[in-house]
Design a binder for this molecule. Structure first.
Ligand code: SAH
Length: 273
């Protein structure tokens, strides 16, 4: 506990000082920009906005990122400037950071309990998906949007290294249910009886465009197999099919991308209630 408390204190101190620096930088820049009559967009002879001006504008927004310790902050600053690491090493770094957060949150049982509560009432059914990056990506997206659960065909995949590198611990926070493909129908019937709308994310003859669909709060959303999509016997038991309107030539989106777009749309609609 002492180590956890020390870590929290260090982190808080680092955050405060970096926030203070950011605030000062933003204030300085706004005085310089607003105080000058040339503050409105500076155009060069080609009519383009000058790079210096754009830099200043960028200062108003910045990436939110947790800083861990002074040492690690220096490390990450040098990584950005002089990136000698391989993408794999960078991924490992990210994974270590996430494991650190994970350990920290697990040691504070109350925080963990809080994180596990108050979920959105959407369950994503990904039992038909085979590819690990798609499953891991969906686990992460489900966690980010606090879904009630993610159903997958086989939970053994959760211990796979590639899965864990992509999911960045998401599977520890979002409830993962094991629903083998042959049990999908029974699972969907059960959820229907519990008052969930059973929806499919698929391009079908009767599917409703996502931007015209109002999601019920209690939703189960089935996504399809990478190549074949949702099998017809499952389509027949759905309350509705939703499709993401496409403008290009390629026939379909990647399944994780589709799930992420739909989950965001569901979340957006719930935020407006
Ligand atoms: N049915 C597709 C193949 C599946 S793409 C085809 O005929 O080529 C894999 C999954 O991604 C689909 O089952 C669906 O769940 C999702 N998906 C891809 N593009 C989509 C879109 N435009 N709208 C809704 N879902 C989509």
């Amino acid at each position: 506990m002492d180590r956890v408390i020390n870590f929290l204190n260090d982190t808080r101190e680092d955050l405060r000082s970096s926030m203070a620096k950011d605030a000062a930088a933003i204030k300085n820049e706004s005085i310089r920009i607003d105080g000058s009559p040339k503050s409105s967009k500076i155009l060069n002879s080609n009519g383009e906005q000058s790079v210096g001006q754009l830099d200043k504008e960028l200062l108003y927004d910045f990436q939110r990122k947790i800083t861990f310790s002074k040492n690690e902050r220096q490390d990450s600053a040098s990584t950005v400037l002089l990136d000698k690491r391989t993408p794999y090493e960078s991924l490992l770094d990210m994974s270590n950071e996430d494991q650190l957060i994970d350990k920290l949150l697990h040691s504070g049982g109350m925080i963990a309990d809080k994180l596990k509560g108050s979920r959105q009432q959407i369950i994503l059914v990904a039992s038909l998906i085979d590819r690990i990056p798609n499953l891991a990506g969906l686990a992460r997206t489900c966690e980010v949007f606090r879904s009630a659960g993610l159903a997958i065909a086989n939970k053994n995949i959760l211990t796979d290294k590639q899965f864990q590198l992509i999911s960045v611990t998401a599977e520890k926070w979002v409830p993962v249910l094991e629903v083998p493909v042959e049990s999908m129908k029974v699972f969907l019937e059960k959820k229907k009886h519990e008052g969930f709308a059973i929806l499919g994310l698929e391009q079908t003859a009767n599917s409703i465009p996502l931007d015209r669909y109002n999601f019920p709060t209690k939703t189960v959303l089935v996504v399809g197999r990478e190549k074949e999509g949702i099998p017809v016997e499952i389509i027949h038991m759905l309350d509705a099919c939703i499709e993401i309107p496409q403008l290009g030539v390629v026939r379909s989106l990647n399944v994780h991308v589709s799930g992420a777009i739909a989950l965001w749309e569901y979340t957006r609609q719930q935020r407006m209630l």
